[in-house]
Ligand binder design. Structure first.
Ligand code: HEM
Length: 359
């Protein structure tokens, strides 16, 4: 105990320092605006939660950074991502607290902020970079890179985060290493192609045998079946898949996408439970960040209408664009196009199924 002297709540949490740092500028300049305190505290709590999110993401990056991802660590990494999800839910809800301030109340002190803007939130940018938002995907902001609006030391931190492997890249590499897709007596790609061909032949026969359809409707339905068949073929053939990447449907590698599809189709196999949870968590994070961006853009719209932002962007218009434009794990969403019913999946050989069980 000698090394751990008692400490008070106030000292442990540095409460005095924490409560010292809310300084409304409207007070400083002699025109106190009541709601500025709420504005400051809301932003500060967001930044604190951003710090916690980054702590969790760093843990997950370290877990996925090694040559072989330890299975015990994998469970921990997924639980940290679940924590990020819980925080993001809170951050979406928190918007409604700030929305108790009206647009007129905001105008009481908005002028004192210029040219400060959430656009300069280094932690938010770090979250985006570490998760895997690529620089070339970012919307341009007055034709300047996002790094032009922060201080030089902050720029260095952001550039360093861009040059490190992101979670997107690490997950891609990890997925591409997934065993089971090509083992003795089983080639997932070939088996999937056969299963899908059978499925579409069945669909085609159903359309041809449907006497309730007119000739025109029959033609349209057959074309739809052929179109879906072609869509699947693009996923399985390397050159066609490359076109999907060029078109922005997928950003992940050929091998990684097939592994993600395999995990989705056979997620009931015990060894795939955790990988499936990981992929689901990444989708949840993408969806919640998108939801936050959208909520934030609506809040900006109701507060400032069509005015430009304090940081100089087109305001709500820019934010709405970033909502869809800055998504990171869209690959995992687009993959749902290629899911087929359980009853149509290729049957796994018994030897392979046994390998995927823990006993
Ligand atoms: C009255 C409330 C708010 C308004 C009117 C508002 C408005 C804006 C606007 C217009 C932008 C675009 C950049 C610019 O031109 O300034 C922006 C960016 C941003 N704001 Fe807010 N904001 C508000 C509250 C918040 C809060 C509470 C946070 C929490 C941290 C936040 C975080 C951000 C972030 C991270 C960006 C950059 C988004 C991106 O570039 O994708 N904002 N905000």
């Amino acid at each position: 105990m000698a090394n751990h002297p008692p400490i008070s709540y106030r000292d442990y949490l540095k409460i005095e320092t924490l409560l010292e740092i809310q300084k409304p500028r409207s007070n400083e300049f002699g025109h106190p605006a009541h709601d500025e305190m709420l504005f400051i505290i809301t932003h500060q709590t967001y930044e604190l939660w951003f710090k916690q999110i980054l702590t969790e993401i760093d843990f997950v990056l370290a877990s996925f950074g090694s040559e072989k991802v330890d299975e015990a660590i994998m469970g921990q990494a997924v639980s940290k991502l679940h924590r990020v999800i819980a925080i993001l839910r809170l951050l979406v809800d928190q918007v409604s607290v700030l929305e108790t301030m009206t647009s007129m109340e905001f105008l009481e002190f908005r002028n004192y902020l210029y040219p400060a803007s959430g656009f300069q939130s280094v932690q938010w940018r770090l979250i985006e970079n570490k998760l895997g938002l690529a620089r070339e995907t970012r919307l341009t902001y007055n034709s300047l890179p996002y790094t032009a609006f922060v201080s030089e030391p902050e720029r260095d931190v952001l550039l360093a985060s861009e040059s490190q492997a992101s979670l997107f890249q690490l997950v891609d590499t990890w997925l591409a290493r997934t065993p089971f897709l090509q083992t003795e007596g089983f080639n997932f790609k070939v088996e999937l192609k056969n299963a899908v061909d059978d499925m579409f032949t069945e669909d085609r026969d159903k359309v041809l045998g449907n006497t309730l359809l007119s000739d025109d409707e029959r033609k349209k339905n057959i074309a739809a079946v052929e179109g879906m068949k072609q869509t699947f073929a693009s996923l399985l053939e390397p050159e066609a898949f490359e076109k999907l990447r060029v078109d922005g449907i997928f950003r992940m590698s050929y091998g990684a996408i097939h592994a993600a599809l395999f995990i989705n189709l056979y997620r009931d196999e015990p060894i795939l439970h955790m990988p499936f949870q990981l992929l689901t968590a990444l989708q949840d994070i993408d969806e919640l960040m998108t939801t936050w961006r959208y909520r934030h853009s609506l809040m900006a719209h109701r507060m400032i209408g069509m005015k430009v932002g304090t940081g100089g962007s087109t305001g709500a218009k820019y934010l709405k664009g970033a909502t869809e434009g800055h998504r990171i794990f869209t690959d995992l969403f687009n993959l749902s196009t290629y899911l087929i019913p359980k009853s149509k999946r290729p049957v796994l050989p018994e030897g392979l199924r046994l390998k995927m069980r823990f006993n």
